[in-house]
Design a protein around this ligand. Structure first.
Ligand code: ADP
Ligand code: MG
Length: 510
């Protein structure tokens, strides 16, 4: 099938061509015609990186009424970064039509967003729930004629911490509103909730043999927690062309890893919910532009974030739950490219592996760290490679190669030593510290799994996602890390709202 067969306008087809898309992905092929029929509540489940954004943006843009100045569609995303990304996609696909779109989220000034709403008259608003509700309550974001609600990462949006907000927003929308939901994971409790709460939803699941994307090679390394930092450094030392994301469970872990990796000369940046929005934006921008090769982060970047051609995702320990694993590793292997996902596993938690494998319907391959011998050779080779151009220049220019005048002083001081002795001095100075670190710690792979901790927290609930990587100032609560900035303060696990009680366990703030 081609995009031309999908009944899209020529302006949209032109924009799709500009993007370089030749054929629609499975989810696009199946969802777009259904959504274009109109008046449908829809749940689309397809693996990570398979083009779900275009699957909802294209039919949405086809349905806009350009004469109206009202907000016709609201798209909700779990993080500010994802809201921005969806907004960018709308702009790309809508570049030949007169689409007006605005993002609203916390951590940035109200003024610009209020002006944007009043003067920009957006037809589509993309946002995170906290700021959407605040702007609704201020009376600037009027949703009483908004007939289209889209939940990206829908299972997350219907999870504890977001569900109350989504339901409150739903109350404001007109009764004839339609809801489209998309995600790579749809745990049963969420599907049950959808069936209960939304009128006759059409559920489309792109069936694959695996839940995780088959383009991702999944490996695990058994490493005791106290060696995991060193193990990670060794992987980075060895696989030098990594462009990827390292996921940690806590902000503290992110900070510590960031400091250590920077000290060891790796180009990394960090992203978590305690950074202010400018810092978050800067980190994301630098990473997307390839100025840093690794982003160390919490689950704030686990959902939806699309960075081209990431080679690796590394889990610094297991994530909180199995869905997070699928989303985290799904940052690589996108749009048909290949990727690698490594998970550093505490041998005491190795029992979880079987559960994870059953959940993703894939075997994770056991792997060993590069040996100390290999790491040492790689270290020397790396230095030699970085010196190669200089060596060539010195060879070519010979006597003419100019150095600082203190070179003669240096040379005189080493007089009397043989070539071999001089090289030994320089080698030792250059490599001793790193070689010794490898040598002293030796091989780090744990000998065997200790079968104890077995299961994950239950999928589709059991998590309070309010804090999931969101940050920003809070007017009432000094607590950082919460997207919500006002009214109900920082309470996240409010009871009621049709959720079952197992969905109220708290998860650590990330
Ligand atoms: P998902 O939401 O399913 O994880 P995205 O919508 O973020 O995936 O898309 C993943 C990547 O695939 C993006 O970089 C997007 O530009 C690209 N993409 C989407 N649809 C197509 C297509 N039909 N052909 C080629 N690339 C596509
Ligand atoms: Mg997506």
């Amino acid at each position: 099938m081609k995009f031309e067969d999908l009944n899209l306008s020529k302006e949209l087809l032109r924009a799709i061509e500009d993007e370089g898309f030749s054929t629609p992905s499975d989810i696009q092929e199946k969802a777009i015609p259904k959504l274009l029929e109109g008046n449908v509540d829809f749940v689309g489940q397809a693996q990570t990186g398979t083009g779900k954004t275009a699957a909802f943006v294209l039919p949405l843009l086809s349905q806009l009424c350009f004469k109206s100045n009202e907000v016709q569609a609201l798209i909700l995303a779990p993080t500010r970064e994802l809201a921005n990304q969806v907004h960018e996609e709308i702009k790309k696909f809508g570049k030949y039509i007169d689409v007006r779109t605005l993002t609203v989220y916390g951590g940035t000034s109200y003024e610009k967003q209020i002006n944007g709403l009043r003067k920009g008259r957006p037809q589509i608003v993309v946002g995170t729930t906290g700021r959407v509700m605040d702007l609704m309550k201020k009376g600037v974001l009027k949703l009483n004629n908004t007939k289209q609600l889209i939940l990206d990462e829908a299972d997350e949006m219907l999870n504890m911490g977001f569900l109350d907000d989504v339901q409150e927003i739903l109350k404001v929308l007109p009764p004839e509103r339609n809801i489209w939901m998309f995600s790579a994971t749809m745990p049963k409790p969420i599907i049950n909730l959808v069936n209960k709460e939304f009128k006759d939803p059409q559920i489309l699941k792109i069936e694959k043999t695996t839940l995780s994307n088959a383009d991702i090679e999944q490996k695990y390394f058994l490493i005791r927690p106290k060696y995991q930092m060193e193990a990670l450094c060794r992987l980075l030392d060895f696989e030098t062309d990594m462009y990827g994301i390292v996921f940690c469970k806590t902000k503290k872990e992110v900070g510590e890893l960031g400091v250590e990796l920077l000290a060891r000369g790796h180009k990394v940046d960090v992203l978590h919910g305690d950074l202010n929005q400018n810092q978050r934006d800067a980190a994301m921008k630098k990473f997307k532009a390839g100025h840093v090769s690794l982003l160390i982060c919490t689950d704030v970047a686990a959902r939806g974030i699309d960075v081209n051609n990431l080679t690796h995702v590394i889990n610094f320990g297991f994530p909180q739950d199995m869905e997070s694993y699928v989303h985290r590793i799904g940052r690589t292997g996108r749009a048909g490219t290949k990727g690698k996902a490594y998970t550093l596993v505490d041998p005491h938690q190795s029992g979880k592996l079987r559960y994870l494998e059953r959940f993703v319907k894939t075997k994770l391959e056991p792997a060993k760290l590069p040996t100390v011998a290999k790491l040492k050779v790689a270290l020397v080779d790396r230095e030699l490679a970085s010196m190669a151009t200089l060596v060539e220049t010195v060879k070519e220019k010979g006597e003419e190669f100019k150095l600082d005048e203190t070179y003669d002083h240096f040379k005189e001081s080493l007089e009397g030593l043989s070539r071999d002795q001089i090289l030994k001095v320089l080698f030792s100075q250059k490599f001793r510290k790193d070689l010794r670190r490898y040598q002293d710690l030796g091989e780090l792979d744990a000998k065997e799994a200790v079968r104890s901790e077995r299961s994950f927290s239950r999928g589709g609930g059991g998590r309070n996602r309010r804090d999931a990587g969101r940050s920003g100032s809070s007017r009432r609560s000094p607590r950082r890390g919460s997207e919500r900035s006002s009214s109900r303060g920082s309470e996240g696990a409010k009871s009621g709202s049709g959720s079952d009680s197992s969905r109220k366990r708290r998860r650590p703030r990330v």
